[in-house]
Design a protein around this ligand. Structure first.
Ligand SMILES: NC(=O)c1ccc[n+]([C@@H]2O[C@H](COP(=O)([O-])OP(=O)(O)OC[C@H]3O[C@@H](n4cnc5c(N)ncnc54)[C@H](O)[C@@H]3O)[C@@H](O)[C@H]2O)c1
Length: 250
């Protein structure tokens, strides 16, 4: 087992990518804090992990609220015995054109997609530093952080921010033996904010299929484990190769 004795926080863990990441980290021996705003989803994911012989506990938290984030990190450290791994997975998409998005929609999208990874990173890293054993933080970015989109404006801005937040966090937390990296997915499971996975979802990538949550979870497991000990401040593309393609190529 690659994560025996480790405590991992996974945000937005109630479904799709966060759910699979929680299961995979638990299967490798981690005690997993399943963090979500949706209580029923978080409780079900944690219960499924426990039923499968793993260790997990649901934590209900609105990541748009710093007091909630601070209380969640402290609650995890108390209940599970410190914090070793943070997976900043939560996000929401505005799916809006610049002419249509309201300031409130912009602010909420930025709060959940960019500010929450910063605040969870800040409070979890303090707990890691106090624990004295270092840590690993994995920020879930997106190909939308590298390219513009016609149907999202705040989400693409926020994900671009996550990419460079990762680099500064990696530099600032290195003295505490905390490695920080990002993963960069494209079209994995159900679309952000949706429940249903459509395996016929049209994709144009080098693998000829949409990604499944396990594709990304395996990359996150690698970055959370000792196998990636010499890797910090980098972005690992898990996008079926789509970012390597010239626009219009087949
Ligand atoms: N699904 C994709 O195709 C895809 C592609 C690129 C990037 N990503 C990124 O991967 C990550 C996971 O995406 P997903 O599709 O699994 O997301 P999702 O929308 O399926 O799940 C997000 C979870 O976060 C929870 N959540 C929402 N707002 C919250 C809040 N304020 N506080 C706490 N929890 C909250 C939801 O209840 C839900 O369980 C995101 O960072 C997303 O941007 C996904």
């Amino acid at each position: 087992m690659k994560l025996s004795g480790k405590v991992a926080i996974v945000t937005g863990a109630g479904r799709n990518i966060g759910e699979e990441v929680s299961r995979m980290l638990a299967a490798e021996g981690a005690s997993v804090a399943v963090v979500d705003l949706d209580e029923a989803r978080a409780e079900k994911v944690a219960a499924d992990i426990v039923a499968a012989g793993g260790k997990a506990q649901a934590f209900i938290c609105d990541v748009a609220n710093e007091d909630d984030i601070r209380a969640t990190v402290n609650g995890v450290a108390d209940a599970l015995g410190g914090v070793d791994i943070l997976v900043n997975n939560v996000a929401m998409s505005d799916n809006k054109h610049i002419f249509d998005i309201t300031t409130e929609e912009w602010n909420r999208t930025i709060a959940i997609t960019l500010t929450a990874p910063f605040l969870f990173g800040k409070h979890a890293a303090k707990a890691m530093a106090e624990g004295g054993n270092g840590g690993r933080i994995i920020n879930v970015s997106s190909t939308s952080g590298y390219y513009g989109r016609d149907r999202a404006i705040a989400y693409t801005a926020a994900k671009g921010g996550v990419v460079n937040l990762t680099r500064s966090m990696a530099i600032q937390l290195a003295p505490h033996n905390i490695r920080v990296n990002s993963v960069v997915p494209n079209k994995i499971g159900s679309p952000v904010g949706k429940d249903n996975f459509d395996p016929t979802r049209p994709v144009s990538n080098l693998r000829g299929r949409p990604g499944v949550p396990a594709d990304l979870a395996k990359a996150i497991l690698f970055l959370a484990s000792d196998e990636s000990d010499f890797i910090s401040g980098t972005d690992l593309f898990v996008d079926g190769g789509v970012s390597a393609m010239m626009p219009g190529s087949k």
